[in-house]
Design a protein around this ligand. Structure first.
Ligand code: PM9
Length: 462
């Protein structure tokens, strides 16, 4: 239920702690050089506060850990699979479930089974792994998000919305047969964790039904989106997040899921669907790439932790405290005049590297340089979400040049306190005061796929 706008403490207390290691600036300079100025290549032990990602980095509850001890590690028909299936049915509302080891495995199977070469997949902005799997299956990504999403300073409350005119244009161009499905993501990651509204989703669903094109959600951060609907959309303020999520999902045929986010676990994912034929084919394919259809690459204990996490994630107090912590950090940066994506997103604060470092052209990777500088300043690890993440156009081979050139400060769930957020904010403020000293980078090693994970850089010396 909606909570009063008063100070709200975390709705849990801490039972286990994991010590953090502080290092010197000289040490961090050496480590970032060794890592080729790519924060993905740092060792975790050299990081003080790790805001690389909210993926698989959640703190599990005592209830989830207890569930791990109840892992039924039978090869086939583990009881934990049936618990997972029940949780997905009750909370997401989809009938059939195929576990996978994480989200991209669910994307792989879905893309291979649902896309014919040359078909388009409209998405409300790209996500790295999702688009990669669409393209591997011969599909063509089509961006149907509203234009406001590409403008970091635009305060539209639902920047994850789909532009129906863009869908109409694509349909007119390629016809219904030319579109495999609509891939709709809640709390759009690359736009800054921005939600869609229920009103927009309803319109999109109407369009999809009229043209007999299925909606397959990337439900990775659906609960955070449901929270924003509760907070921002007329008619939802008295509805529990659990109900809002259920309504959202009712507009789709199914979803792919990275359980490493909303579901509060360290590993896992699934495909969920109401389409029996697709379910049958997905079960056939999962045994080739992941494991039997009742474990899909996961241990029984992992499925139990996901099942329990699914019930915990729809607790209104939990989700409010999670999103409010992100807002807390974002507000501190805004107060200091630091350019960030607004409105503040659900899982991360995204610093606008274009405005932070206007002296570095996009070809010199300003967001990558800023993430490296942040690590050197304070041991805080963030992630580039700009030209490096966008990769190259498969047709022209040229860099894709996204309008958004961002550094993502991603908050793991239930892991850090607001004092950690203060440390992060102070480091960003210190860097902003000395931003002229930050220089661009040159890429010296570039992997062919998903290059942001392993690319290496060197500073450009004037
Ligand atoms: N997202 C993230 O850090 C993990 C690493 S990719 C940079 O944001 C969406 C919206 C995601 C996502 C992963 C996946 C893939 C699908 N959709 O990482 O394979 O944000 O479980 O999920 C990451 P897996």
């Amino acid at each position: 239920m909606p909570l009063p706008k008063r100070t709200m403490a975390e709705p849990y207390k801490i039972k286990v702690v994991e010590p953090l290691r502080m290092t010197t600036r000289d040490y961090r300079e050496e480590k970032i050089r060794e890592a080729g100025y790519n924060t993905f290549l740092l060792r975790s032990e050299d990081v003080y506060i790790d805001l690389l990602t909210d993926s698989g980095t959640s703190a599990m509850s005592d209830n989830q850990w207890a569930g791990m001890m109840l892992g039924d590690e039978a090869y086939a028909g583990s009881r934990n699979f049936y618990n997972l299936e029940r949780a997905v049915r009750e909370i997401y509302g989809f009938r059939y479930v195929v576990p996978t080891h994480q989200g991209r495995a669910a994307e792989h199977i879905t893309s291979q089974l649902r896309i014919r070469p040359g078909q388009y997949v409209p998405m409300n902005m790209y996500f790295t792994t999702t688009r990669e799997h669409v393209e591997r299956a011969g599909g063509i990504f089509y961006d149907c998000i509203i234009d406001e999403a590409h403008d970091p300073a635009n305060p539209h409350p639902f920047k994850g919305n789909v532009d129906l005119a863009k869908l109409d244009r694509l349909l007119a161009q390629v016809g219904r047969e030319g579109i495999a499905y609509l891939s709709i993501a809640p709390c759009v990651n690359m736009a800054g964790g921005q939600p869609f509204s229920m009103a927009n989703l309803r319109e999109v669903a109407g369009w999809a039904t009229r043209h007999r094109i299925p909606i397959i959600f990337d439900a990775t951060r659906a609960v955070e989106n449901a929270y924003f609907i509760q907070q921002r959309e007329p008619g939802y303020k008295d509805k529990p997040v659990r109900e809002i999520l259920r309504e959202m999902m009712s507009y789709g045929e199914g979803c792919t899921m990275s359980s490493k986010k909303d579901n509060l676990v360290n590993i896992g994912g699934f495909i969920a669907t109401d389409n029996e034929e697709f379910f049958t084919r997905a079960k056939e394919m999962v045994v080739v790439f992941e494991g039997l259809h009742t474990y899909g690459g996961l241990a029984g204990r992992d499925m139990e932790a996901i099942a329990r996490g699914i019930y915990e994630m729809v607790d209104d107090a939990y989700i409010a405290s999670r999103v409010r912590q992100v807002e807390y950090l974002g507000d501190r940066l805004l107060e200091a005049g630091i350019p960030i994506v607004v409105p503040i997103g659900g899982h991360a604060v995204f610093v606008d590297a274009r405005r932070f470092l206007p002296h570095i052209p996009q070809e010199e990777f300003p967001a990558q340089a800023l993430a490296a500088a942040l690590y050197v300043d304070s041991g805080v690890r963030a992630m580039e979400r700009g030209i490096v993440s966008a990769g190259r156009d498969p047709k022209t081979g040229d860099h894709r040049r996204p309008k958004l050139e961002l550094v993502r400060l991603t908050i793991p769930r239930r892991v850090y306190t607001n004092l950690h957020m203060d440390v992060v904010a102070e480091s960003c403020i210190a860097l902003y005061e000395e931003r002229d000293k930050i220089r661009g980078l040159r890429m010296v090693y570039e992997p062919k796929e998903l290059r942001f994970f392993q690319a290496r850089f060197e500073p450009i010396v004037p």
